[in-house]
Design a protein. Structure first.
Length: 102
């Protein structure tokens, strides 16, 4: 039911961002799963430097795109969360109501 083009672009942006901050030989993983609460969760992990955990709230201009993605996810009833990944790197998780990604 969501805007297919915008949802696709959001997913591409998350993966592209992870690749951008991951050094040669590094790893990026992508997981899409159904949550029990009716949400769909897209998780992108990398082992690069990535932005700091507070980047979405007050980060530099380079995180502007992530803030826009978070605003879009919230508008659709979901969220975008950025955390430090275990062992270094970053983990971005975008959640949306499943009916938005159907």
């Amino acid at each position: 039911k969501g805007d297919k083009g915008r949802l696709t672009q959001a997913m591409v942006n998350l993966v592209t961002n992870a690749c951008k901050f991951t050094p040669p030989g590094g790893h990026v993983s992508v997981c899409l799963r159904r949550e029990a609460d009716g949400m769909a969760a897209l998780t992108v992990r990398d082992d690069g430097v990535g932005p700091g955990a507070d980047a979405l709230a007050q980060g530099p201009k380079s995180c502007h795109g992530l803030r826009l993605l978070r605003e879009r996810a919230r508008f659709l009833g979901g969220d975008l969360v950025l955390k430090a990944a275990d062992g270094g790197g970053a983990m971005l998780q975008m959640t949306l109501p499943r009916e938005q990604v159907a």
